[in-house]
Design a protein around this ligand. Sequence first.
Ligand code: ADP
Ligand code: MG
Length: 394
Amino acid sequence: MPQYFSVFKDESKLDINYVPSRLPHRKLQLNLLEQFFRFAVESPGKMTQRVLILGKIGTGKTVLSQHFGLNAMKEAEKRNINLNYVHVNCRECKGSLFMILQRTILKFHPHFPRRGYSAEELLQALMQILDEENAYLILALDELEALILSEGSDPIYNLTRIQEERLKAPQRLSLICILRQPEYLEKLDPSTRSTLQRNVIHLKEYSKPQLEDILNDRVNLAFRQGTVSTQTMNLVAELAYSEGGNARYSIELLWRAGKYADASEMREVSPECVRKAAVSVYPVVRKDMISFLTLHEKLFLLGVARRFKQTDTAYMSMGEAEDAYAIVCEEYGEERRGHTQLWKYVKELSASGIIETKVSGEGQRGKTTLISLPRVPASDLEQELSRVLMKGGR
Ligand SMILES: Nc1ncnc2c1ncn2[C@@H]1O[C@H](COP(=O)(O)OP(=O)(O)O)[C@@H](O)[C@H]1O
Ligand SMILES: [Mg+2]
């Protein structure tokens, strides 16, 4: 029996916890992080460090920190330094310092008793373990908001203070704080805040070309060759860009689109698969939105939907859209509106988020407006519009 064909060759490369060996467009930030922690491999024990990574969702905070941590451990190992990077998610630990410390200690002593200690005692125990094993620790506190929200500034203060109390002993505990909402800094004590603010790595939202580079790497790792076209990738990047330069969304969308392709036994992830995936992730185009459109907006959109369904491309030119609209008008016995009016429709439809527009790049003859339909499958849109128009919803 032949095996079912799948567009994927290794789905795990799209997993949220996968740490890729390359991080396109984060080289500078990675260098900075390495600079901040250079002492850890050059003169461990002499100092410690506290660094803050700030950035919106999907800007690569978690993956940057983890990538750095893995490299740092390898580098230290070469020099026979017992450096440990431990990454804990404060939200998963329910914002409890106790749970955070417990998880950290379990990395060193998997059989450490789970009961009978306070957070303060666990912190002492952790320092003792580090001393006994002559170990150094970079503790990354991801989604730090959760910890601050439930326990205020005390935990971070205690984590830094315990180090400062050990003036003569080797310095062992460094922190990487990862935060999405900078407002939370104000809830920290002034001295911790000012230390963190001196060592900030700020991650900006990704641009569309940057998202394309990230996606390109993942496509090569996760998909069979030739199953994801450049157009499909562009469409995913465009959607993730409009969701705030969010790489996480882009990878999730790519994965779901692949799932749609497999489910419909296609040998390629088409733009329509992406549109289907986008609806399931963000149902932007609600049905009641369509009923608010004017008759000719509906007719225009119907033309666009039909054309996308027939061609299965990600973009069409304004000219193509106008042609498709003309055919629809004939079918419904309506007189066509002029070019200027159609421009207004395009603007309104894109303002409401149903379609998206961009100006074609260089290399193509002249400049033209390209229309895409990123958030709704063309076939669903066509069906819905036909239904509304039939009901006399003009
Ligand atoms: N520069 C990059 N190169 C490769 N993958 C990236 C990059 N930035 C983010 N990613 C991927 O995008 C997803 C979201 O990144 P993540 O670090 O979880 O974002 P954040 O923690 O800021 O919300 C992850 O799957 C991650 O691997
Ligand atoms: Mg994260």
